[in-house]
Write a protein that binds this ligand. Structure first.
Ligand SMILES: [Cu+2]
Length: 209
């Protein structure tokens, strides 16, 4: 199937349209500019946007973000990104971040599941993850973003350096669990590869240099 790709540059005036084969063919991440897919308005059109720095995009791994088996964290991560596909997240302390729901019709949350000191990222089997907002405006143990409707966002400030395990209250068991590193030199982890649309929405092929 040939998909049309509509590249939307929020930071760049104008639109560029190109015909080609899928979600992976967007503006390349890099140069300090992160690129994430936006909610689809048409199943044949994938939209990419240059979003401001300090944004976390979230959607179901099976919607397009994929999952990555992280050797470093000894865990399968998915559903959250700072670029194009699922990856571990990294920000400096005191950053005010925006959590953006990339889905076109599914609600998500970002909840802190646990705080750890070092790998491995051992995700609890059945954590209690609140759907409603709680924990104020600082990302810490007990924080829950509240329900984010498709395309909607919420901001939260990072405070204490640390390693936070996060998850979606609706889709923790569908692979929306991730590692969030808050420290002075934290950077996003390697990205997953795009999911294969013909395979079942479990663990996708991934890479980690
Ligand atoms: Cu979710």
């Amino acid at each position: 199937m040939v998909r049309q790709l509509l590249a939307v540059g929020l930071a760049v005036a104008g639109l560029a349209v190109s015909a080609c084969g899928g979600r992976g063919v967007g503006p390349a991440p890099g140069n300090g500019v992160d690129v994430v897919p936006l909610p689809q308005i048409d199943p044949n059109v994938a939209i990419f946007a240059t979003v401001p720095k300090d944004t976390v995009g979230e959607e179901l791994p099976s919607e397009g973000l994929g999952t990555i088996r992280s050797v470093h964290w000894k865990a399968t991560l998915g559903g959250y990104t700072q670029r194009l596909y699922s990856q571990a997240l990294g920000f400096k302390p005191h950053t005010k971040i925006t959590i953006l729901n990339l889905s076109h019709h599914i609600e998500h949350t970002l909840d802190v599941v646990k705080v750890i000191k070092r790998p491995p990222a051992l995700f609890p089997r059945n954590p209690k993850l609140p759907k409603n907002k709680q924990g104020g405006s600082i990302l810490q143990m007990g924080y829950a973003s509240g329900i984010l409707k498709p395309g909607k966002s919420v901001t939260v400030t990072l405070a204490k350096p640390g390693i936070y395990l996060i998850g979606c209250a609706f889709h923790y068991h569908s692979g929306m669990k991730d590692v969030f590193v808050v420290e002075p030199n934290a950077t996003p982890g390697p990205q997953a590869t795009p999911p294969d649309p013909t395979s079942s929405p479990t663990v996708r092929s991934s890479y980690e240099p």
